[in-house]
Design a protein around this ligand. Sequence first.
Ligand SMILES: [Zn+2]
Length: 558
Amino acid sequence: MRGGNEMVAEKIIYGKIFTADSENSIAEGFAVAGGKIIAVGTKKQMDSYKGPSTKVIRYDAGLITPGFTEGHAHISQTMELLVGPLVNGTSIEKCQKQVADYARKHHGNEPILGTGFDPGLFGPAGPDKHYLDEVCSNRPVVIHDSGHHSVWVNSKALEVCGITRDTPDPENGHIVKDEKTGEPTGFVQEQAVSLMKPAMPEIGVEDYKKGILEYQKIALSYGVTNAFEPMLSYWHHEEAICEAYRQLEAEKRLKLSYRVALTLLPVMDPKVFFDRLENLHREFSGHDKLQFNTVKFFMDGVVDGHTAYLREPYEKPPLDCGTPNYDQEELNKRVTMALERGYRTHFHAIGDAATDEAINACEAAQDYVEGDDFRNQITHLQVCHEDQAERMADLGIIAVVNPYWHFKTDLYAPLEFPFLGKKRAEHMYYLGTYLKHGITISQASDFPVTIPPDTMDSLHMMVNRENPKYSEEPYFPSECISVEDALRVLTINGAFQLDLEDRKGSIEPGKDADFVWLSQDVTSIPKKDIWKTKILETDIGGKVVFERNEKNLLSDIA
Ligand SMILES: [Zn+2]
């Protein structure tokens, strides 16, 4: 009855399967028992695992892949999309209307907290409080930019927080002031955002729980089964966020495997920081769905905020290189402390000089600490150089890239050229170069910076370096990679970034039965059509956790 096999499968999956094993093998089926994959191979081989109660499921079209990993998403900040307006209009007027509509629907004097504006809309001076005052002046309004490096606030918000022309900048933060009058303009950057807390509504554990669950729903609909949260700490809400995760874990409502970082800011006492992280790490060690295992470092800001740290000066006044957040020696010490304690590190670096600092610190720490498996990670990697790729390869640093941004937008020329000049702006965001050097590449949406975090957009842009919704003209096309390599970025490499590769990231015997069913076989369709692919089903541990309703989609593609 068992065809000679010791084990009987509870479930056998038949279809075209991209396994992401070391050979990128294609299989015809796999067998599942106890939430694990027990065998992978040909249809005939799988037939021998059939028993009387085995459930057989045939996926006749499309492609099955391992579950995807989100390498950097601000999961808990999804709360922002639930508590206030999304202010992502493509013009100042549209943003004003979004705020006005929200204020009308939610009248009263409660502060309004929005998110999503693009600082590039406002020209070199940045957003101005008067635009918000025009539509809402009786209550504080605070809007996060889509990249979470600044806020745009109205006069009432500045008043409530007591911020005037005399308020000094905090460390690693900037209150933009009018050149002539010296008054704050309503544009508040980086760590100065924490000064705006009195003008924001009370956000508590319940809000964060809702936010995490909302993220989870979105992520599963894009085939994401593992995710990394690099927390934002200028909110000083770390405790509430940790408590939200703690409660969801206890209530068994976490479906993805979450790996969480705490951010070590330059102003923090590292001893106090590592004690806090150690407690969380110990509390959740051995847990399946939730672990705290990473230290996040903010190396610099963003190019269009003039806060990225560059090797060569900006093209516009004051023609400086931007300033680093960290002193190199202090950073080296802190990265060493992290590695000594067995943590992974994750660096936000946009400018090339910021990336240099991160690499230097990894090198110094890896020289000092014993071991050979450190998995330090650098994300964003906007302005980059081949010599950096060489050093990253030598040190085993993981490149956590953002393919969602690797295309030409309407704002690309007006936003990047004035700051970086054409030559630098045309050679940003390596991908193929990292692959060529043998660097492990993982990918991230930085959600809610990217909305929606559609993994098929990421796959499309890794392969094509263009976004059909904007322009057919590819951006820096020599950096394109193959579909198979891009699928590995989304699956096994992502699992490796999160220390999950023993259990996740490929369809191989012994691993968790996590998989995604794609509506099209992306390995054989024209590359230009990858973005049209839909996620039809997501499974974790052999259980369906997302099912797309429009399965008639298949009639279009079969
Ligand atoms: Zn981020």
